[in-house]
Ligand binder design. Sequence first.
Ligand code: F0G
Length: 481
Amino acid sequence: MTIRLTTDEFLPLEMHKVRIVQKLNLPPVEERRKNMEEAGYNTFLLQNRDVFLDMLTDSGVNAMSDKQQAAMFIADDAYAGSETFNRLKASLVDVFHKDLYLPAHQGRACENIIASTYCKPGQFTPMNYHFTTTKAHIELNGSKVVELIDERGIEVTSDLPFKGNMDIEKLNDFIEEKGADKIAFVRMEAGTNLIGGQPFSLQNLHDVADICQKKGIKLVLDASLLQDNLHFIKTREKKYKNASIREITAEISSLCDIIYFSARKLGFAKGGGILTNSRKMFNEMRELVTLYEGFLTYGGMSVREMEAIAVGLQETMDEQFVEQGPVFIQYMVDEFVKRGIPVVTPAGGLGVHIDAMQFLDHLPREQYRSGSLAAALYIAGGIRGMERGTMSEDRDEEGNEVLSNMELLRLAVPRRVYTLSQLKYAIDRVCWLYENRKLIGGLRFVEEPSTLRFFFGRLEATSDWPDQLVKKFREDFGDSL
Ligand code: F0G
């Protein structure tokens, strides 16, 4: 939450205390430079022991509560029919009011099941915006992903409160043009990841659901980042100002035919699953769970994690817990804006998204502005962010670069993990890099996989810019780490 100080300023405040700690390591800048080179200038390939602040993702790295840890001790380990499954299902039913639950080991496993069941060649899958694994599964099954986001959603700086909204007119026109029978399903992503963790409004979801109902098309919700979206509906959408997080969740759920989620994000644990009230849809997807995931009462998850999700989901309904991420992210975004650092606005959920397109506008797009900035930030501060730009796109069939709409460096803020002083440190190092941005050069691939190259690809610096950066760091910071 935020609290008012005597100076009338607002301070983001942790509504938890830390009772288990993990020692961190901040290697000297020379070592960081060497580590980055050994990792092929790809932050995915860094070793965690060399990372001070791991802001790569909020996936599977959120902090558990004492109550979650306690619940893990009473997990009922059975292949079939475990009490743990019943407890998890009861918690899901309580939150989402959907009676049928198919467990799966993480979000992309749900995507595999849903896309394999409902996507066919020659079909289309309209959505507000794609996520990498979502698109891969849908296209693997022959359906084409069509993004119908409101165009203003992909403007980097904006004061639009709901940049994740679907363009309703475009959705209507698209269905009219192709015919409802050509639509596999319509997908809405909460807390739209790749455009900066930006929410949709509940009004927009109502409008999408109306169209789907009229045309007899399924509406599928990716609820992985629902937690942040709930906070934004409550704080930015006037109609829901006095509604509780629970009421908002129930209303969202009532509009969707299928809800799937990655519990690596939603529920402060690890796992996932698919929810529906339709026995028909449940039966259509069920066999794939047993084929790819595990029996219907564990779906590839450990029972201990399942207990943690059951409790974590209830914590997600607690407004003070829900707020923690977005409020800290807002603080960082405000500081960046004050200091003239280009960032995605308004602040979203998940993390802070720095606009590398502008930050490194002296670099050619083909030298991966966001990738270079990610490498530079690790060298400057031992901070691991994630490239979300052209490197995250694969080349087209002719081998040409596909330039992404945005070039972002994502600094994820895992929920309940980092303190304000750690975030202040991250802000300081980003600001230092901005002052010295002209020193940052480009990258080129030396090993380039043809799919999902951002995960495994290795690159090199196009000049000796990493050495120049280290030199300047020593000039400015002396022998400080
Ligand atoms: N949907 C969304 C919106 C996601 O952000 C993710 C994962 C998935 C689905 C897939 O879930 O990882 O459990 O298989 N996002 C992670 C990230 C990887 O770092 O943003 P998963």
